[in-house]
Write a protein that binds this ligand. Structure first.
Ligand code: FDM
Length: 212
C-alpha cells in the first residue's frame, strides 16, 4: 500500500504569545507546502466565523463579560465543533497548519488561576497534533514589537503569566523555536521540521487523541 491517495495529512499547531510571529509564519508555511504540491490549509482558533466563535470574539473585544470557566468551555466547544471536519481533512490527505489550539486554551485560562487539570479536561478526545511548534519570545520583547490590538489578553502582565503556563504545559515533543531570530531563519527552521512531519504522516503514522 502507500499510494499517495491513501496517505493522510499532518496536524501541525503553532503556539506562542501574542506578537510571537505565529500568524505570519503560519501563512509562510502554507505557501511553502502548497509550493511543494501538498494539499494544505491554514486554520486558526478561535474560529470566529461560527456562532460560538462570535461569542468568543465579543468577549475578547470586551463587548461581553463571561465567567472564566464559561469562556474556557466556549473556546473548547469552538474546537469540538471543528473536530469532525478536521479529521476528514486529515484523512483525505490535507495537512492543516493551525494557528493556536488546545495549548492556548489551557495556557490562557490557567494564567487566570483556573486549575490546570480542569482546563485540560474538555480537550480530551480532540485530535492530537502531530507537531507543536512553539515560537518562543520573552513577553517584554513581544510587547516591544507593538501592535497589541487592545483585546482583553493583550497586556504585558497577563502575557507573562501565560508564558509561565506554556512552560508548565510543554513536553519534550514540542519544537521550541527562538522567535527573536531573523524572520527568514525562523522560516527555514520551520520548513525543515514541518516537511519532516508531513512525510512521517504520509508514511502512515496513526492519528491520536489528546492528551497524548
Ligand atoms: N485564546 C485562544 C484563549 O484564551 N483560549 C483559546 O482556546 C484560544 C484558541 O484568545 F489572546 C486567546 C489567545 C488570544 C486570543 O487569539 C485570541 P488570536 O490568535 O489573537 O485570534
Amino acid at each position: 500500500s502507500g499510494g499517495k491517495s491513501e496517505s493522510r495529512g499532518a496536524l501541525i499547531v503553532l503556539e506562542g504569545l501574542d506578537r510571537s510571529g505565529k500568524t505570519s509564519q503560519s501563512s509562510k508555511l502554507l505557501t511553502y507546502l502548497e509550493g511543494l504540491g501538498h494539499s494544505a490549509e491554514l486554520w486558526r482558533f478561535p474560529d470566529r466565523s461560527t456562532n460560538v466563535g462570535q461569542m468568543i470574539s465579543m468577549y475578547l473585544s470586551n463587548k461581553s463579560q463571561l465567567d472564566d470557566h464559561t469562556i474556557h468551555l466556549l473556546f473548547s466547544a469552538n474546537r469540538w465543533e471543528k473536530r469532525s471536519l478536521m479529521e476528514t481533512k486529515l484523512k483525505t490527505g490535507t495537512t492543516l497548519i493551525v494557528d493556536r489550539y488546545s495549548y492556548s486554551g489551557v495556557a490562557f485560562s490557567s494564567a487566570k488561576g483556573l486549575a490546570l487539570e480542569w482546563c485540560k479536561a474538555p480537550e480530551i478526545g480532540l485530535l492530537s497534533p502531530d507537531l507543536v511548534l512553539y515560537l518562543d519570545i520573552q513577553p517584554e520583547k513581544a510587547a516591544e514589537r507593538g501592535g497589541y490590538g487592545g483585546e482583553r489578553y493583550e497586556q504585558l502582565e497577563f502575557q507573562k503569566k501565560v508564558a509561565k503556563c506554556y512552560q508548565v504545559l510543554h513536553d519534550a515533543s514540542w519544537k521550541i523555536i527562538d522567535a527573536c531570530q531573523p524572520i527568514e531563519d525562523i522560516e527555514k527552521q520551520l520548513q525543515e521540521i514541518v516537511l519532516d512531519c508531513v512525510m512521517t504522516c504520509q508514511k502512515g503514522k496513526p492519528l491520536s487523541n489528546l492528551w497524548s
